[in-house]
Design a protein. Structure first.
Length: 394
């Protein structure tokens, strides 16, 4: 049974931090999940933590919390979906229907990354592999058909737009993962004076733009005075921006990370205007209604993908029986093949082949007739005739 547990939408940031799974811990968590589940994939972003898994265990949620060393008192903060409901949720997520920023353009890549990590360590097998491949394909098709990507939205685009609208021109971005890279891209597309990108390894970032300067984390506090807007999006498990290091000047700060990068006490100081991820998601842009209309119009793509996966899974449940049918068929032809090998030198081959082919045909035709007679006596002949007609193309 395919299942999902994920954070409820109304869960506060301080709780989401406790149930977040940062990238460096993801593989270890997947390996722990595979001890209790048949398959598992973790989708962890700044706004969601979702675990897709295959299990028939009714007590599996409690076991997952124990495996991940999560506080079991927080089980009330998660939703649990099974089978089609879990499938529908993932399809809606990958197309941006379930995002706080409706139609966001980052989630498809995040779902793909989650799938690739699970694939790398072999925690997604037949059913989850098919589900994630189908959902990624659905997400691509949805974006192509709806053209939603022509009016992109993400937490990165929202904060950069807000900062630019406020007149800020000197930026600092902390971290250069997928979010940091996208944020930097939006900043450099704007009319700004300077961008400082703060990373652990300066050799891993190469930007050919005179306005951008790459600086190491250990020099971070030396550059605070040179900017008026800081956007933090690291994957660190602890805060990286501290009050005692900030200059005595007005600053606009955005925290796109979960767990949070910016020390909570900073928001209490009148010099600093601080937005965490929840506050950012409340900023609706002018294109919200256009995206909403496009998504509603193209929702049929999601419904079609869900239907196709459910049909595949339903047919897949017949796999053991189909295997038996094929094995039975193999036995029939192998028996006659052996007969042919033994008699081909002593009999007329053409007549022998005709006899064996007729024998093979009779093995199934006669059995079908016997079953039809049995079912007729039980009053089920019409259903049986319909099935036999389709098999023998009558």
């Amino acid at each position: 049974m395919i299942q999902l547990i994920g954070l409820k939408h109304d869960v506060k940031l301080e709780i989401r931090e406790k149930l977040s799974i940062i990238p460096i811990r993801q593989k270890r968590c997947l390996e722990a999940l595979l001890e209790i589940c048949e398959e598992a994939v973790i989708l962890s972003t700044c706004n969601r933590t979702e675990i897709y898994f295959k299990s028939k265990d009714e007590d599996i949620v409690s076991k997952i919390f124990k495996a991940l060393s999560w506080d079991e008192n927080l089980i009330k903060c998660v939703i649990r979906y099974k089978d089609e409901k879990a499938v529908r949720h993932l399809m809606e997520v990958v197309c941006g229907f379930d995002s706080l920023l409706l139609g966001e353009d980052q989630i498809l890549g995040q779902v793909r990354d989650a799938y690739e990590i699970a694939k790398e360590i072999k925690t997604n097998k037949k059913e989850l592999q098919r589900l994630f491949e189908s959902s990624i394909s659905c997400g691509k098709h949805f974006r192509t058909k709806s053209k939603i990507s022509e009016i992109p939205v993400s937490s990165s685009s929202m904060v950069v737009k807000k900062a630019i609208d406020k007149g800020h021109k000197r930026f600092m971005v902390l971290g250069y993962g997928s979010v940091g890279e996208l944020t930097s891209k939006y900043i450099l597309e704007s009319k700004i004076d300077r961008l400082y990108i703060v990373v652990r390894d300066t050799q891993k970032v190469n930007i050919e733009d005179d306005r951008a300067k790459i600086i190491p984390f250990y020099d971070l506090d030396k550059y605070y005075n040179r900017v008026d807007c800081i956007i933090s999006c690291t994957t660190a498990p602890h805060t990286v921006v501290h009050l005692n290091e900030l200059p005595n000047k007005r600053l606009l700060l955005f925290d796109l990370a979960v767990p949070r990068d910016i020390e909570e006490i900073i928001s209490e100081n009148h010099l600093y205007e601080v937005y965490d991820i929840d506050m950012i998601c409340d900023i609706h842009d002018a294109n919200y209604k256009r995206r909403q209309e496009l998504m509603i119009k193209n929702r049929y793509i999601v419904d079609k993908a869900i239907k196709e996966y459910i049909e595949w899974k339903t047919v897949e449940e017949l796999a053991p029986f189909i295997k038996k049918i094929k094995s039975n068929g193999d036995d029939v032809y192998k028996e006659r093949l052996e007969t042919f090998k033994h008699k081909k030198k002593t009999k007329d081959n053409e007549k022998l082949a005709e006899l064996l082919l007729k024998s093979t045909s009779n093995a199934y035709v006669n059995r079908a007739i016997d079953v039809l007679k049995e079912e007729h006596l039980k009053g089920r002949s019409q259903e049986c005739q319909d099935i036999i007609s389709r098999i023998f193309q009558i």
